[in-house]
Design a protein around this ligand. Structure first.
Ligand code: ZN
Length: 233
């Protein structure tokens, strides 16, 4: 995803004459109006260009080797974010699933991808993978048809930091498979910051870019497609 992207959230910029911040970096309208709780979010590529199939293969068909491929992509994203980090070890936090969902799927795809990605990273001693640091306390699967603003509201109070002491004063790298409207990443980052994280970075394999978001609203929700998969399988 080269050129024309927001320097904070990675959204595609519609106007080439985008607003630029004090560091002369381009920002999208949302990041211009909103002080994002994360320092920067980056993705390997657009969700609608084959990454979607690969992610579905892992999540719904449970083809575990797909995590290795996705992890390799994530490692590139991590490398692209590294320049902004301090010297201390980073806590790597996969976006958690609601416990019932985790039991149903048997694994958290974000954690598998993070694990695979860090294994491939040349500076892996810099990271500490914390799969249980953040927990999802509320099931928030029905994001379908919600506006970005409603999605954010729907996620309020859905995540909790289990061990605030571990987060306090640390930089965190939040990992997920896909960044859709950014509502999930923002809420996780907000909760982590409130628990004392100095900065939160977001690395995802895929990102839904503008003009695709509209389409996503009309797609079946994760749980629906999982049911569809189960029915077909
Ligand atoms: Zn932005």
């Amino acid at each position: 995803m080269q050129g024309g992207l927001c320097s904070v959230c990675g959204e595609r910029l519609v106007s080439p004459l985008a607003f630029r911040d004090a560091q002369d970096e381009p920002r999208c309208g949302l990041c211009r109006r909103l002080d994002q709780p994360f320092a920067r979010a980056a993705a390997y590529g657009s969700y609608e260009t084959g990454l979607r199939d690969l992610i579905h293969m892992l999540k719904y068909q449970h083809v575990r080797p797909a995590a290795g491929v996705l992890g390799r992509m994530l490692a590139e994203v991590v490398a692209s974010l590294q320049a902004g980090w301090g010297d201390a070890r980073l806590l790597v936090v996969p976006v958690p699933l609601f416990p019932a969902k985790l039991r149903q799927r048997g694994f958290n795809q974000a954690e598998l991808i993070a694990r695979a990605g860090l294994k491939l990273s040349p500076s892996r001693e810099r990271y500490l993978l914390c799969g249980n640091l953040l927990e999802r306390t509320r099931d928030t699967q029905s994001q379908t048809g919600l506006t970005p603003h409603q999605r954010r509201a729907n996620l309020r109070g859905a995540f909790r930091v289990k061990d605030r002491e571990q987060v306090s004063g640390r930089e965190v790298l939040l990992v997920d498979d896909v960044f859709t409207t950014g509502a999930t990443a923002s809420e996780c980052a907000r909760v982590l910051r409130r628990a004392g994280a100095t900065r939160v970075w977001v690395a995802t394999v895929a990102r839904t870019l503008k003009a695709e978001v509209q389409a996503v609203h009309f797609q079946p929700q994760e749980s629906d497609s999982e049911l569809t998969m189960a029915a077909h399988g």
